[in-house]
Design a protein around this ligand. Structure first.
Ligand SMILES: C[S@@+](CC[C@H](N)C(=O)[O-])C[C@H]1O[C@@H](n2cnc3c(N)ncnc32)[C@H](O)[C@@H]1O
Length: 99
């Protein structure tokens, strides 16, 4: 997050074509919001592990990490700043195109 913030302060907003998010899951939303500033219109942010081995759709699972992924999936599904396509291969990746 510090690195992404310094890139924004460095004037690099709207200059990247692609970003891949695959770090600590509870901070995905913060990474996404910073990356959305750094990516140009038409650029792509790919989010890994959006299925979380199926736990996101299992109502019995409510640990903080799973809940964070679930909340983040719902948020980007309803986010009009991007167009998304969720690819259900492996552990699930969501491709977000900035519009
Ligand atoms: C599943 S690996 C991702 C590997 C990466 N996609 C690659 O291809 O090399 C998760 C990565 O997130 C990093 N990570 C975990 N928690 C982090 C945090 N709080 N801040 C920054 N990076 C973190 C780990 O060090 C690890 O490199």
């Amino acid at each position: 997050m510090d690195t992404l913030k310094s890139m924004i302060l460095n004037g690099e907003s709207c200059s990247y074509d692609f970003a891949f998010v695959d770090a600590d899951k509870r901070n995905s939303n913060e990474y996404f919001e910073l990356l959305l500033q750094l990516i140009r219109v038409g650029g792509v942010i790919v989010i890994d592990n959006v299925l979380w081995h199926g736990r996101v759709v299992d109502p019995r699972v409510n640990d903080l990490k799973t809940q964070a992924i679930r909340d983040f999936n719902n948020k980007i599904y309803n986010d009009h700043r991007i167009a998304i396509s969720m690819i259900p291969i492996g552990d699930g990746v969501t491709i977000c195109r900035k519009i």
